[in-house]
Design a protein around this ligand. Structure first.
Ligand SMILES: Cc1cc2nc3c(=O)[nH]c(=O)nc-3n(C[C@H](O)[C@H](O)[C@H](O)COP(=O)(O)O)c2cc1C
Length: 173
């Protein structure tokens, strides 16, 4: 099966995890970049006004794969804005896809993710995994947003999270 791992990352966590999963799958790892510099301000504006920012590479490059595994952060309960152009492309060019994330989780799960993916891609993901940084930290009940947003995955986290994700991914490939 021809799988593409496609990642967007603002602070590096999802990029590292995507790279590790891609290696496990012997899949190509495509990293999304933005021509405009991303800031906290532009995150807030894109999420509040549901904007779809420009990204590279063009979504058309995904055409030849059997399964697309998107990695990216959750922002304000939704899939990060730089993944939107790819999800929108799937609406007119349906393909099997998944969304995988290491998000903060300081406020608990992100219940709007499934609906956001369905609305934007026009179909449910074959796999949806949202793992949380809060679960990696020692004092789960005292963890606040500031702690999770500042956290950067280490090698041991990557190893554990890759193992966890692979157990589910194997069921869909
Ligand atoms: C503006 C902003 C909003 C965020 N909103 C959420 C959220 O709603 N839910 C969540 O679980 N994590 C949230 N996070 C935490 C990120 O998902 C988390 O830090 C993630 O690991 C960052 O991934 P990256 O390093 O690949 O960019 C938010 C982070 C930022 C910067």
């Amino acid at each position: 099966m021809n799988i593409a791992v496609i990642s967007y990352s603002f602070t590096g966590n999802n990029q590292l995890l995507a790279g590790s999963v891609a290696k496990e799958l012997s899949a190509e790892h495509i990293q999304i970049s933005e021509p405009k510099t991303r800031t906290m301000g532009s995150i807030a504006l894109d999420m509040m006004f549901s904007r779809t920012p420009q990204v590279q590479p063009a979504p058309e490059t995904m055409e030849s794969y059997d399964l697309l595994l998107f990695f990216g952060p959750v922002w304000m309960g939704h899939v990060a804005a730089p993944l939107r152009a790819y999800l929108k492309y799937l609406k007119s060019h349906p393909q099997r896809y998944g969304f995988l994330s290491i998000s903060g989780g300081a406020d608990g799960p992100n219940p709007k993710l499934t609906g956001d993916l369905r609305k934007r891609a026009g179909a449910d993901p074959a796999v949806l995994i949202d793992l949380h940084i809060a679960d990696l930290l020692p004092n789960r009940e005292k963890t606040v947003r500031k702690d999770t947003t500042a956290y950067r995955l280490n090698d041991s986290d990557i190893h554990r999270l890759t193992y966890t994700m692979m157990k589910t991914i194997r069921d869909v490939i």
